[in-house]
Ligand binder design. Structure first.
Ligand code: DCP
Ligand code: MG
Ligand code: MG
Length: 358
């Protein structure tokens, strides 16, 4: 089966978070500063595209950024806790669409799009993820889609900001060959210098050499990896490291319907599957949701949160039935797809949330 991998990266993340809570900043150059102990010194964490137009960039000393700035430029100290909070919400949306998600930084994650198969479906899923992040959180991101991590990451940078770019197998050589070697995963300024000493500027230049040449320059592991990268080869797997914040099951019913008995049969089936999984994962949940997709393809969600964890399949079913009954009373819509979801997991059970150092 063809692997398809996505890489999502938020645009000018810290700066975008600040603009989100201070909309009056939009359009101005916004620079986020990592302050240091000495007053008026520090480094630039990131900045928005207006500030990048002034040549300000991540890692730059604050003093230099001030010199490059114009009178409109706004400098803001980092507030990591706030960014982490938003980051969590972003990746919960990705979790909703994908089983295997590997978060690699505060604003970046790889996710598996191999199932259902095909690039068309993968792009559809990514468009939905982008849309949900935009409508629910007010943020833009860029997503790259390709056959491995290396190319997915490069595809995500290719159309920043607010991009969605796909590199299919047939496009690999064309796309990759003319990229600067620094665009390859793991090639930092030091490696770039070694490459440039040998006249290697773009990825295609690597192909003039052999694997053993690169091993000589960079050592066994890194040299052979860079060599494979030049041909678009990358076998690294997605290593899921995110605990699910919610679990759900959804199906299209055999026919569109408003018949309560018929819809309940579908709910019974879904809850049976879902409860098995919850049980296997030793999860306890307090929130139960019913998701309805109508024949007009509108999605409606109804939820109920209990003060104590829901203890049995039977109790889960009772709540889902109540939600269904509410829905049928409140809406005249005909149901096409139906879904059940549980969330708000008990902190003390299940997997321990992995802590990240960003
Ligand atoms: N970051 C930092 N110091 C750096 C680089 C990044 O503190 N030297 C922080 C701030 C960024 C966040 O990590 O907002 C994510 O890093 P990215 O490399 O993804 O950069 P941005 O999201 O800011 O911009 P882009 O739109 O290029 O992704
Ligand atoms: Mg980013
Ligand atoms: Mg990033």
């Amino acid at each position: 089966m063809q692997r398809i991998i996505g890489l999502i990266d938020l645009d000018y993340f810290y700066a975008q978070c600040e603009i989100l809570r201070k909309p009056q900043l939009r359009g101005k150059p916004v620079v986020i500063v990592m302050p240091s102990l000495r007053e008026n010194s520090g480094a630039i964490a990131t900045c928005n595209y207006e500030a990048r137009a002034l040549k300000i960039k991540s890692g730059m000393p604050l003093s230099l950024a001030r010199k490059l700035s114009n009178p409109e430029t706004v400098f803001i100290n980092v507030d990591k806790e706030y960014y982490l909070d938003i980051s969590k919400k972003v990746f919960e949306i990705v979790d909703f669409f994908c089983e295997k998600v590997e978060q690699v930084s505060v604003d970046e994650a790889y996710f598996d799009l191999s199932n259902p198969s095909g690039f068309e479906k993968a792009v559809e899923t990514c468009a939905k993820i982008k849309q949900r992040i935009k409508s629910e959180l007010g943020l833009t991101c860029s997503i790259g889609v390709s056959v491995n991590k290396l190319l997915a990451k490069m595809a995500s940078s290719a159309k920043k900001p607010d991009g969605l770019f796909v590199i299919k197998l047939g496009m690999v050589n064309d796309f990759l060959g003319k990229q600067k070697v620094g665009a390859l995963h793991g090639v930092g300024p030091k490696s770039e210098e070694i490459f440039s000493k040998h006249g290697v500027v773009v990825v295609n230049d690597i192909k003039k050499f052999s694997k053993s040449d690169l091993v000589l320059w960079f050592g066994e592991a890194i040299g052979s990896r860079f060599f494979d990268f030049a041909f678009g080869k990358d076998e690294r797997e997605i290593e899921p490291n995110r605990e699910k914040q919610q679990l759900s099951r959804m199906i299209t019913m055999k026919q569109d319907s408003r018949d309560e008995v018929f819809i309940k049969q579908n709910i019974d089936f879904l809850c049976g599957l879902l409860y098995k999984e919850i049980h296997a994962l030793k999860k306890r949940f307090k929130t139960v949701s019913l998701i309805v997709v109508t024949d007009k393809m509108d999605t409606l969600t109804k939820s109920r949160t209990k003060s104590e964890p829901v203890e049995s399949l039977n109790n889960l079913l009772i709540i889902e039935y109540e939600l269904l009954s509410d829905f049928l009373h409140e809406s005249q819509s005909v149901v096409r797809r139906i879904g059940v979801r549980v969330s708000n997991f008990d902190e003390d059970t299940g997997f321990q949330q992995k802590l990240f150092e960003f």
